[in-house]
Ligand binder design. Structure first.
Ligand code: GTP
Ligand code: MG
Length: 237
């Protein structure tokens, strides 16, 4: 019967870096049911960060980037010998379990994440994350825009109105109504990064009777990401 497992030979090239992107399934309805704050729910964001940290501890990636209901994981070593089905199913189920363990509310039904694999050249890593960060920004402007319009108009009229506006129109509309996106938390505009950082530790060298500085790495959650540049990624690896 083993021959019926027709996708089991599908492999990711093991000599390249890969990005795995996870995305919450039907989180629009989940957010509605759970009455998440709009446009941003701090406790939901906390859970997504906890899931990202659990993924970081388990799979030791170089970088994790999260906004809204998605998580991108950059790995320099391809896990599970590149077995496509294994990577996608383990990553998605690990994220779903972590979400369930870290979430405080009562579930009406199980949550799920989908997973996709993107083999990536070093030279494309910046472009990938810039693409996702631009999406985080669009999400932010649209999120504040629709939230504002729904406070003034019916849901259908608000949707109609926002469809006729581009990002700078929405920015201006919000500004004219006392909402300055420059004052919004950086993580809402640029997403959140998880990566290793060095910490200076001052110890005492008994033999030489003097203070000694060493470095330890720790997992840093960056709520204050810069707008991504190539330099940001050059420093990570
Ligand atoms: N209220 C609220 N909703 C959020 C927040 N973050 C994410 N969401 C919801 O999650 C959705 C994520 O978008 P998508 O992934 O495109 O939509 P989805 O419903 O998850 O659909 P699939 O991913 O295709 O299954 C957004 O449209 C929002 O409705 C939040 O902080 N507050
Ligand atoms: Mg989703």
């Amino acid at each position: 019967m083993k021959e019926y497992e027709v996708y089991s030979d599908l492999r990711v090239p093991v000599n390249s870096k890969i990005i795995i992107r996870l995305d919450g399934r039907s989180f629009h309805s989940f957010a509605k049911k759970m009455e998440f704050e709009k446009p941003y729910d701090d406790s939901f964001c906390d859970v997504m960060v906890k899931v990202s940290k659990d993924l970081f501890e388990e799979f030791s990636p170089i970088f994790i980037y999260t906004f809204s209901d998605e998580i991108s994981i950059l790995l320099d070593k391809v896990p599970f010998n590149g077995r496509f089905e294994k990577i996608n199913s383990v990553m998605a189920s690990f994220a779903s379990s972590s979400f369930t363990l870290n979430y405080d509310g009562e579930f009406q039904k199980p949550v799920a994440f989908d997973s996709r694999i993107i083999p990536i050249n070093d030279s494309d890593i910046y472009d990938y994350f810039k693409w996702r960060q631009d999406e985080a920004w669009r999400n932010c402007v649209n999120g504040y825009g629709i939230h504002f319009l729904k406070s003034k108009y019916s849901s259908s009229e608000a949707n109609e109105r926002i469809n006729g506006l581009n990002l700078s129109d929405i920015h201006e509309l919000l500004f004219d109504n006392g909402i300055n996106l420059n004052d919004v938390d950086t993580w809402k505009k640029r997403g959140i990064g998880v990566y290793r950082k060095n910490k200076e530790v001052v110890g005492f060298n008994k033999k030489e009777s003097k203070e000694q500085i060493s470095y330890r790495t720790f997992i840093h959650v960056d709520y204050d990401l810069p707008i991504f540049s190539k330099g940001f990624f050059n420093e990570l690896f």
